[in-house]
Design a binder for this molecule. Sequence first.
Ligand SMILES: Cc1cc2nc3c(=O)[nH]c(=O)nc-3n(C[C@H](O)[C@H](O)[C@H](O)COP(=O)(O)OP(=O)(O)OC[C@H]3O[C@@H](n4cnc5c(N)ncnc54)[C@H](O)[C@@H]3O)c2cc1C
Length: 417
Amino acid sequence: MKTYKYDVVIVGGGPAGLAAAVSAKKQQAKVAILERNGELGGILEQCIHAGFGLHVFKEELTGPEYAERFIDQVEDLDIDVFLNTMVLDITKDRHVSAICGEGVLHFEAGAVVLAMGCRERTRGAIRIPGDRGAGVFTAGIAQRYINLENMKPGTKAVILGSGDIGLIMARRLTLEGIEVEGVYEIMPYPNGLYRNIINCLDDFGIPLHLSTTITRINGKDRVHSVEVAKVDEHRQPIPGTEREIACDTVLLSVGLIPENELSRKAGVALDPVTKGPVVDENLETEVPGIFACGNVLHVHDVVDYVTTEAEEAGEKAALYAKNALKKSDASVAVHAEGPVRYTVPEFVDPEDGADKKIKFRVGAPIEKGVTVIKAGEKEVYREKKAHRFLPSNMEIHTLKCSAIAGVRGDLTVSVEE
Ligand SMILES: Cc1cc2nc3c(=O)[nH]c(=O)nc-3n(C[C@H](O)[C@H](O)[C@H](O)COP(=O)(O)OP(=O)(O)OC[C@H]3O[C@@H](n4cnc5c(N)ncnc54)[C@H](O)[C@@H]3O)c2cc1C
């Protein structure tokens, strides 16, 4: 068994892993990226549509173009990359075991960055009744078939879920000559970004049916129809509203789940809402020296935010490996309150002199509100301008360290209407 020693070992070579690696290397750390696929770039390699890079590069790039900018930097900086290398285990003391064509590899790491991304929820996860015929795909798998494998999944599709991948695939299927009957969303509001509703559905005349779900899939060998029904406020189908739609393909865009099997093995505590690791403001998990970023930490809608988060994680991991990560013993918890579903980070250090980036999402749309952060009863942050909050948009706010210096109680993040 080969053994390697690195300051920072990064698990996953998607946009999060790439940005973390570049940033750690800029801190003079010896860095390795371990990626199970045969190429770097993660999910971006199959996202051939434009819409990436608006924040980081101030231009609109396709997924592969965006990934290429970071892959070039990884090459220029001579960062070690292990492709076709699947990480199987991480221990609390940062021993990483992986398997590749040559056999088992062992890595001793000063710090580890978890950047494994997430996977799509499947039919089994949401338990749609009916026959088990072919023709039911997650939107990401259909995207891979069309964009990378040059295969056509069907001729007439119904899409369940209005997440961004489903919206983007509604457009892609139409462009490939596959009829999209409609997009069906169980919630009373769309789950994808507003720009994707306009660019992917409205521009192509594809109807979006809110408060509606698929109640049955028909077709023993191949899907031949689905039954859809309106749902009530408890998301239960309303009897009498069922209708049958002929189709041979069903695409599911019903959520993403962070890939945290390895995090669990490493003993990292997970947040029950994000399903990603609990982290402090350095993006360090509760296991010292193990950091997390990107979709494995919490699901991001825009890749640019993955990049900025991962740059931070990479820098902090490199500092940790060199015993140079500044921390005081003070730590206060950050709680989500009211309409706020979760926050990242879950802990901050009020005494380290650094401003805090607080990210969160709301559980349902709020027409007009402001973000308010309190320490006990004391207000320590209030957003100046009221705006619309949507579950699909991640909120990012900077909390001045001076506002919470000396605070001992927990912080709460809420939205006031
Ligand atoms: C279909 C789709 C469309 C999107 N469209 C847009 C868009 O238009 N604009 C936009 O800004 N964002 C978009 N996004 C979001 C953006 O692509 C993601 O936020 C981003 O890719 C997340 O980066 P990541 O590195 O965390 O995860 P990923 O890109 O998923 O990368 C994770 C990597 O880790 C590797 N890995 C996992 N487990 C292991 C292991 N055990 N060992 C080794 N390697 C491992 C995986 O193989 C993968 O390469 C889209 C996402 C999807 C899925």
